[in-house]
Write a protein that binds this ligand. Structure first.
Ligand code: TRP
Length: 380
């Protein structure tokens, strides 16, 4: 049996190269190794976008489309939508009962995001509870491995703490403590050299046309000290080179680095090579997306099927959790066991009944003989 993996992605923007190279490519690889559950966490998107939820619907659709186009195979993994599996909400509520406020206030992203994001009021109950919802996402599947970036480690640590507290209060062996699956994934820089992010407006989107991608890369910053083509450059100072490291062959990476240092090629040439390579990486994805666009019901079916599979698995855990927290006296498993016992009991009764009949018949036959023997021996 394969070990279980769960991960989630927030539909809070269109998918970009950073999501693709940093997470999605890794998810595609993992689907052959583990039993994978991949969740579009739309409730999480609401924790910071509750005031303007309208675009989330588009982001979800774009995410699902690109998941499949990037190579996630619904026959190998379960792709589902958080808000369609209500067990996440139920477990979030139950875990909120046992999670001390101090633990949540201590999560570094909580204060960071509150100060960083100025245009939204994140002083809400839901935003504070973000990591509790994430813990519910993970624990409800008893997932062992969680592929995430290092920024998510505090959330995973909190999940483990919540799991331990749950087990201390309600019983051992109910939940699984998850571990981060930290695969080396590249930090994808954006057009301006900062981390690629929708909020920095520096992203190349998977849905951008080749023309837009070309235009975006052409306007990228390079080594600021390299003003003329004849100036030698330091590739390590150029975000264009940072993208080469992800999208170009090692041979080509070596070549552009050397040519930059000696001013053999200029930034425009270097960018042209990068454009060619980025387009090459995205070509198969676009091709699959074209195919999908022809049959729109396919995506809907994939999601429905995934939601169902996820809910079935989540419900198994919830039945045990409800029982452990004394919310239900009897679990489905117990009903099944009871049913099995009852069937067995009936069979046994029938068996013994039959046996009794057989015994009585044999006794009657024996009695006939004994009657004659007793008479012959003058006993009766
Ligand atoms: N917080 C994660 C992020 O921003 C998204 C997420 C939600 C997640 N639930 C999860 C990741 C469960 C892993 C497992 O990247």
């Amino acid at each position: 049996m394969k070990e279980r993996v769960l991960s989630g992605m927030q539909p809070s923007g269109y998918l970009h190269l950073g999501n693709f190279a940093g997470a999605l490519k890794n998810w595609v690889r993992l689907q052959d190794i583990y039993e994978c559950f991949y969740c579009i966490v739309d409730w999480h998107a609401l924790t910071s976008n509750y005031a303007a939820p309208a675009p989330i619907a588009d982001y979800k659709q774009d995410m699902l489309l690109n998941f499949i186009a990037a190579g996630l195979d619904p026959n190998k993994c379960t792709i589902f939508l958080q808000s369609e599996v209500k067990q996440h909400a139920e477990l979030h509520l139950l875990l909120s009962m046992i999670t001390p406020l101090g633990w949540l206030e201590r999560v570094p992203t909580y204060k960071e995001k509150q100060t960083e994001i100025k245009d939204k009021d994140l002083n809400t109950y839901g935003f504070l509870g973000y990591p509790v919802l994430q813990a519910a996402d993970i624990l409800v599947y008893r997932a062992r491995h969680i592929p995430v970036g290092v920024d998510q480690i505090p959330h995973l640590e909190l999940t483990r703490e919540i799991a331990r507290r749950f087990e201390f209060l309600y019983g051992q062996g109910i939940l699984v403590e998850p571990e981060g699956l930290l695969t080396e994934s590249p930090k994808v820089v954006g057009l301006d050299g900062r981390k690629m992010s929708k909020s920095y407006d520096n992203a190349i989107y998977l849905s951008d046309t080749p023309e837009i991608i070309e235009k975006k890369i052409k306007t990228m910053m390079t080594d600021p000290a390299r003003k003329r083509k004849t100036d030698t450059g330091d590739p390590e100072l150029s975000p264009v080179f940072a993208l080469h490291k992800i999208f170009s062959s090692s041979e080509e990476i070596g070549r552009v680095a050397a040519a930059c240092k000696t001013a053999e090629i200029g930034c425009i040439d270097c960018k042209a090579i990068l454009i060619k390579n980025v387009l090459k990486v995205l070509q198969p994805l676009w091709k699959r997306r074209e195919g999908l666009a022809k049959s729109p019901s396919v995506l809907k079916d994939i999601l429905n099927e995934g939601n169902k599979r996820a809910a079935t698995e989540a419900e198994k855990t919830m039945e045990i959790i409800r029982k452990a927290m004394k919310l239900s006296k009897i679990t489905k498993a117990e009903i099944d066991i009871n049913h099995a016992f009852m069937t067995l009991k009936e069979l046994l009764i029938k068996h013994y009944h039959d046996e009794g009949k057989v015994k009585a018949e044999a006794a009657a036959e024996a009695e006939k003989t004994m009657g004659i023997i007793r008479k012959a021996m003058k006993i009766s």
